[in-house]
Design a protein around this ligand. Structure first.
Ligand SMILES: Nc1ncnc2c1ncn2[C@@H]1O[C@H](COP(=O)(O)OP(=O)(O)OP(=O)(O)O)[C@@H](O)[C@H]1O
Length: 334
């Protein structure tokens, strides 16, 4: 179990992290989400021991992570950190970069292990190429293999796919996260991208201005985000006053609705006028306004023209769920 307790962390006199307390079980994958500057990288650096934590403590089981004032070389032996700047040896080959971190006591298995890691990062044909001749995305993949070669118990990943194109990203994410699960490695991944997080993380912690605003199981957080900030980390979201959704007219509150949760129809529902339409591949993200000028985004299978009238519907379950209303409760205002 990783036990993180940060009362506060400062850069100069500015508080960057405050009251961050959480635990990560062995083998669990926790994603750290938050806007740029919210403190995700700083949190990973504090946990890894690159930054000195004066007010707080980090434990892995019974072992305390002591930080840079106690360790000559930053970091703890059981923990590895993949930073946004990859720490590679540019003038040596991909396989040498990976092999450098394999145990000297297991020379006979080196070759097989290097092959396994090259396969995982899909760079088998680049084994003999010098790292300086690789693209940024390829270098990031080598950096990933290097930290895995060290067989950490805890792996801290800071935007691990930031330089990797979409073409490789999907398979790499699948390979990497299923490998980490199979090895029961505890993972903390800082990422802006919900595609890095939703399919793979067991839990998500959301940071805002250095504080925790949510810490929840992945599906639960996506389905029931506590606020607009959290929901918007997953993509476009609407904050809709319930008064404009007819059957809820007596409730004075807003509800968060994702664009895919609105079902457009030609007949009944919330009447809106289309103002714009954006092709997203599988659907069009459609921008619209109701008569009071409230902007609503919804997904539509076909392209609608500006000025078209549409009626939007959202399921009662979705609304009750967001409002924490038990099924069967009478909430009707009309
Ligand atoms: N070396 C530093 N000295 C002073 N302030 C810093 C330093 N590094 C980061 N900060 C500040 O700490 C805050 C948190 O930065 P951090 O890099 O942890 O955010 P982040 O959530 O990881 O952002 P991003 O997603 O853009 O990487 C920011 O306000 C940043 O300006």
């Amino acid at each position: 179990m990783l036990n993180v307790k940060i009362d506060s962390f400062f850069y100069q006199h500015q508080t960057i992290l405050e009251n961050i307390n959480f635990q990560v079980a062995k083998g669990e994958h926790l994603a750290l989400m938050g806007e740029s500057g919210s403190g995700k990288s700083t949190l990973l650096k504090v946990i890894y021991g690159l930054l000195h934590l004066e007010h707080g403590e980090i434990f892995w089981g019974q072992v305390q992570a002591l930080g840079p004032q106690f360790n000559l070389v930053p970091g703890e032996p059981y923990m590895k950190y993949l930073s946004q700047d990859f720490d590679l040896m540019p003038f040596t080959t991909v396989e040498e970069n990976i092999g450098q971190h394999l145990s000297v006591f297991e020379r006979e298995t080196h070759e097989a292990r290097i092959q396994e890691l090259l396969q995982l990062i899909e760079l088998e044909q680049f084994a003999k190429v010098k790292v300086k001749n690789l693209s940024g995305g390829q270098q990031q993949r080598v950096a990933l293999a290097r930290v895995l070669a060290q067989e950490p118990e805890v792996l801290l990943l800071d935007e691990p796919f930031g330089h990797i194109d979409n073409f490789k990203r999907n398979s790499l994410r699948r390979n990497l996260f299923s490998y980490l699960k199979s090895q029961n490695i505890t993972v903390l991944t800082a990422s802006h991208d919900p595609n890095d997080v939703l399919p793979y993380a067991d839990n998500i912690m959301v940071l805002r201005q250095g504080r925790t605003v949510a810490h929840q199981k992945t599906k639960k957080l996506f389905r029931n985000p506590p606020d607009y900030y959290t929901a918007s980390l997953f993509g476009e979201v609407n904050e809709v006053p319930i008064s404009i959704l007819k059957s809820y007219a007596e409730i004075d509150a807003s509800v968060l609705i994702y664009p895919h949760e609105f079902l457009p129809s030609k007949k009944s529902g919330l009447e809106v006028t289309v103002t714009d339409s954006f092709f997203k591949g599988e659907h069009y993200l459609t921008k619209s306004e109701n008569e009071e000028g409230i902007v609503i985004y919804f997904n539509c299978q076909k392209r609608l023209k500006s000025g078209d009238t549409v009626f939007l519907n959202v399921s009662l379950d979705t609304i009750n769920n967001r409002l924490n209303i038990e099924p069967g409760t009478d909430t009707k205002g009309t």
